[in-house]
Ligand binder design. Structure first.
Ligand code: RIB
Length: 312
């Protein structure tokens, strides 16, 4: 069931990537230099930004997106897919020469994946593009960013959102190194997974105690609240004021973990936007992410509100 605009509560703006995922399923992930036979191929809608927007929309938020696609068939299809979800794409620009972003995804039979992203038009999302769509930032409650678009545009978004008094969520994915020092004070909710938290904090994160140490370090760097997602081990929340809490994850049989993190972020942002209590927001986000790992593909795996409610 689609949620009508009138019944949607919070308003989420996602600034981020839009990709077409080329997905091969194979018995295992290939090692360097190895060629293996796959047994299934699919082409599906993906991109961390677009996945997060879809997750927020399917759970019931009013969603708008700022991004950049190419002037090609993939770009037109990706925008159509988002509009079908009720997402306002007036902030999605079309680049005249760069192709729409593509992700080469390999999924092993035990549900693990590797992803290589070729940014294409996502790399053309500039601070000027963000500024052109300031009205969309003004109109939302929560702004969500990731790192699949140029860092200067992410920083411009966070700075503008902060100036306009919006709640900011940063999913630092993919993480390649520590963030510039001036970024974290612009972030209300920093949501890395365990790998990203380790890279950002420069500390090992293999357990809850590692997550707590990394979250503390990132909070000391200026992030108001930190949530480290730990896959099957759940999530660790460190709120402003220093109180920490572990949230165990629902245990499921993984088919494909692609976009599980994006589902968590989108649902969490939607709950924040509709002013739900933090614990409930994390809980719902975990339940939605758990459903997504039982299904194949990025956007095809993201559940609706009814599916999350019926699963509990
Ligand atoms: O987080 C999953 C996403 O990462 C995929 O959909 C792929 O497009 C890459 O952006």
């Amino acid at each position: 069931m689609k949620v009508s605009k009138e019944t949607k509560q919070g308003r989420v703006l996602v600034v981020g990537s839009i990709n077409t995922d080329l997905v091969a399923r194979a018995p295992h992930l290939p090692r360097p230099g190895e060629t293996i036979g796959g047994h299934e191929f699919s082409q599906v809608a993906g991109g961390k930004g677009a996945n997060q927007a879809v997750a927020a929309a399917r759970i019931g938020a009013q969603v708008a997106m700022i991004g950049c696609v190419g002037s090609d068939a993939n770009g037109a299809q990706r925008v159509k897919d988002l509009e079908v979800e009720g997402i306002d794409c007036s902030g999605v620009e079309v680049h005249p020469t760069q192709p729409t972003g593509v992700a080469m995804v390999t999924v092993s039979d035990d549900g693990q994946n590797t992803i290589v992203v070729v940014a294409g038009s996502n790399g053309e999302l500039t601070p000027q593009s963000v500024a052109r769509h300031e009205a969309a930032i003004k109109a939302c409650d929560v702004v969500v960013c990731q790192l699949e678009t140029p860092w200067d545009s992410v920083h411009a978004t966070l700075a503008l959102a902060r100036r306009l008094g919006k709640t900011t969520v940063l999913n630092p994915a993919p993480a390649t190194g520590p963030l510039p020092a001036e970024w974290l004070p612009l972030v209300d909710y920093l949501v890395p997974n365990e790998v990203e938290a380790a890279i950002l904090a420069g500390l090992p994160v293999e357990s809850q105690s590692g997550a707590r140490r990394a979250a503390t370090e990132l909070q000391q760097g200026g992030a108001r609240n930190v949530i480290v997602t730990l896959g099957a081990q759940g999530a660790y929340l460190l709120v402003e004021g220093g109180e920490g809490r572990h949230f165990p994850a629902p245990q499921v049989q993984a088919v494909d973990t692609t976009a599980a993190g994006d589902t968590f972020i989108g649902v969490f942002a939607a709950q924040l936007a509709s002013r739900q209590p933090l614990e409930g927001a994390i809980n719902l986000a975990q339940r939605a992410a758990a459903i997504s790992v039982t299904r194949a593909g990025a956007q095809p795996s993201i559940p609706t509100r009814a599916e999350v409610d019926n699963a509990t």
